[in-house]
Design a protein around this ligand. Structure first.
Ligand SMILES: [Mn+2]
Length: 496
């Protein structure tokens, strides 16, 4: 189920009891972070917050600011228009299993199974709410235009040592100059002035590759940045889609409604017509500027480095636009729930490559790349190592610093249970392995940036073929019949 607008989504959160409104003025400089951080660290991720009167340098912004809108399992499901995120995982599973329909009958059968691909294709429209207000920047002089600029948006200065204000939930649209292929990604943007920002796409990101294409041609690279609209766009921007798979098709599939695309005013790109803000502009390939520091999702400040510069040529927006934001920092934060939803939805894709995988999670403490818990149906010796190496060879999973493999009967979402297995089932020397692999650029621990070692633990039960000649003992467990009987007799006793 789609959302007509970002404010429609916020209203749904309100009706579900998932929103707290803050009526008093609060500073976009650090104060909103402190409030949002406490909320995100309260049990289950707290509530979404709508700051009705954020202030910028002491002046009330014309736009309210929403934060932590996806920061719980429930809100993530509401964002995707679902009762549970697992419903979407189930639909992914059906698609992967289904053969592409060759006739209407097969197509109809797929539809009956709940697979709805009809709405994946976007529609092209002439106008839309994102153009209710159009502000073009005169190339000659900003002051000659209305005076409206990025300074009018309630953009956060997140942490004390940050290099400035950062746009933290930007949906960034670029196009491959050779193939015309579109990409939607999320790259933080440091505000330099009213119409210039940094563009933090790292070398291995798709947009950076597009940039090299424009560089080779000696052409300006058009870039459009959208804020707000259906949260399905934000989910699609951060989802681990295979390179070349159009995020807009995926968003259409997620929201069960075609994305309506509209042409930008000053650049040759299309954006969803229902978003709250569109920042149109360009990156001049080759031009860079120091970006950072920034209090990052690693829990540490990432240092200053050179990144491309985004020059705005126009801002268009809804009259009643809401500015969406998030903060990152020491876990757990809102991004954990977004990442967790991605892992759940894409687990069927992992299972296609590795059918023995039962479940997989990236615990909040590992801030995505540092820790992976995976459970497998183990059938042969050293299968745990096969899975580790498989994951280390798959896309962004290559950055996984520690991988712990457990048996299928261990709940990977229960960190306490995984640690129990890790400690109880391993001989440290026999059951661990070190490898060399690329590291996340944001990881400050490796001696040399971007490269280092990773470690895997085989916490599964050991087989005879693994040099373990005794009989592996059985876990202490109650009989299921007794559990059921006790459940029936004592409803107040929660079955573990
Ligand atoms: Mn992509």
């Amino acid at each position: 189920m789609s959302h007509a607008s970002f404010s429609d989504f916020v209203s749904k959160l309100d009706r579900a009891g998932e929103l707290r409104r803050v009526a008093q003025p609060v500073a976009t400089e650090l104060e909103i972070t402190e409030i949002a951080d406490r909320e995100m660290k309260s049990p289950g991720g707290g509530k979404a917050l709508l700051f009705e009167h954020p202030t910028v340098d002491g002046v009330r912004s014309a736009f309210p600011l929403a934060i932590n809108t996806m920061g719980s399992e429930r809100r993530m499901a509401i964002a995707l228009g679902l009762d549970s995120v697992d419903d979407l995982a189930h639909q992914m599973q059906l698609i992967l299993k289904a053969k592409p329909p060759t006739n209407l009958r097969q197509g109809w059968d797929l539809l009956k199974q709940g697979v709805d691909l009809l709405h994946a294709r976007p529609k092209h429209v002439k106008g839309g709410p994102c153009k209710e207000v159009v502000v073009r920047f005169d190339d000659a002089d900003e002051a000659a235009s209305t005076g409206f600029s990025l300074r009018d948006l309630p953009i956060l200065k997140c942490w004390p040592r940050d290099g400035g204000r950062f746009v933290t939930l930007p949906n960034v649209y670029t196009r491959d100059p050779d193939t015309g292929e579109r990409n939607l990604g999320m790259y933080r943007m440091q505000v330099y002035d009213g119409r210039t920002t940094g563009m933090h796409w790292q070398v291995h990101k798709v947009a950076a590759r597009h940039g090299r294409g424009y560089y080779d041609r000696g052409e300006r690279m058009p870039v459009a940045v959208c804020l707000g609209g259906d949260p399905a766009y934000t989910f699609a921007a951060t989802a681990p889609l295979p390179d070349g798979l159009d995020e807009i098709l995926f968003a259409g599939f997620v929201r069960k409604k075609s994305v309506e695309l509209v042409k930008c005013e000053t650049i040759d790109l299309e954006v969803p017509a229902d978003v709250d803000f569109v920042l149109e502009g360009y990156v001049q390939p080759g031009e860079t500027r120091p970006e950072g520091p920034f209090g990052d999702h690693t829990g540490f400040y990432t240092p200053v480095d050179d990144y491309p510069v985004f020059h705005l040529t126009a801002i268009t927006h809804r009259k009643n636009a809401i500015y969406p934001a998030t903060i990152v920092g020491q876990p757990p934060m809102e991004d954990y729930y977004m990442g967790d939803a991605s892992v759940r939805v894409f687990l069927p894709v992992f299972r296609m490559n590795f059918p023995e995988i039962v479940d997989l999670t990236l615990p909040a403490e590992g801030v995505f790349h540092n820790l992976v818990f995976v459970s497998i149906r183990k059938q042969y010796p050293y299968q745990a190592y096969k899975i580790m190496h498989g994951l280390w060879g798959m896309g962004q999973m290559m950055f996984s610093k520690y991988i712990v493999v457990v048996d299928e009967d261990c709940d990977v979402h229960n960190t306490s249970e995984v640690l129990f297995r890790l400690c109880a089932n391993t001989d440290p020397q026999r059951d661990s392995t070190f490898i060399k692999n690329p590291c996340d650029s944001l990881d400050h621990a490796p001696s040399v940036p971007n490269v280092g070692s990773h470690m895997g633990f085989d916490a599964t039960r050991k087989l005879a073929g693994e040099g373990y000649d005794r009989k592996w003992p059985e876990l202490v467990r109650m009989d299921p019949e007794i559990k059921e009987r006790v459940d029936r007799m004592f409803a107040w006793l929660v079955s573990p």
